[in-house]
Design a protein around this ligand. Sequence first.
Ligand SMILES: Nc1nc2c(ncn2[C@@H]2O[C@H](COP(=O)(O)OP(=O)(O)OP(=O)(O)O)[C@@H](O)[C@H]2O)c(=O)[nH]1
Ligand SMILES: [Mg+2]
Length: 226
Amino acid sequence: MDASLELSTSTGNTSVPRYRIFKIVVIGDSGVGKTCLTYRFYAGRFPNKTEATIGVDFRERILDIEGEKIKIQLWDTAGQERFRKSMVQQYYRNVHAIILVFDVSNPASFRNLPLWLEECRWNAQGQEVPCILVGNKCDLVHQGSSVWAGVKGEQVRKFAEAHGMPFYLTSAKEPEGQRDHVGAIFMSLAYRITRQRTFSYRSEALGSFKLPSRNRKEKEKWACNC
Ligand SMILES: Nc1nc2c(ncn2[C@@H]2O[C@H](COP(=O)(O)OP(=O)(O)OP(=O)(O)O)[C@@H](O)[C@H]2O)c(=O)[nH]1
Ligand SMILES: [Mg+2]
């Protein structure tokens, strides 16, 4: 069954709420903050401590989108190859959207983005799945030396534009109590995927952003040289 058509129910009791379920997979290099971002959205705060994710961790939240309650199922995946290689196909099975994360203070995590997109393209098997780009750890931008050696906003904008992806720069560690930027990113993605009434994976149903084609020249063109 198409995962989007699954309804949430644990018993035969008809009074149990039934929701449409949407699967969002979070990918990116190890240490970029995937666990912290998903935890922040799930629990509303930065986690006290994290360890490298093994395989996948699931976090779910019920959201109210224009009067409809839906269940967002976040797949917080492992960035380390050895902790993910046996699970990659499950990550992408019936996925509704992908969040591609890099660390703004770690240029290597930005340079590796084409490899992640390649993995998405390969596993999506011709389906076009919404993908957004998130640069995390923006709280570190003004720390340390006066010359910022991390990824520059302009580089991010160009990369995102080249691949037709919306992008956001944020911090899972942003102080609580201020505006919830991380929450707004997830909410805006949830809003976007739930608007697709047909549940089709095709690009015409999903709007303007899609996974890029396999184009080596294009990937090299937008690779970061920092
Ligand atoms: N300053 C800062 N540190 C962060 C932020 N997000 C995560 N971190 C830290 O970065 C480290 C790695 O965070 P994780 O969320 O575990 O990274 P991950 O992407 O899940 O890593 P894997 O599970 O190995 O793929 C931890 O020490 C976090 O405390 C952020 O927004 N700002
Ligand atoms: Mg993790």
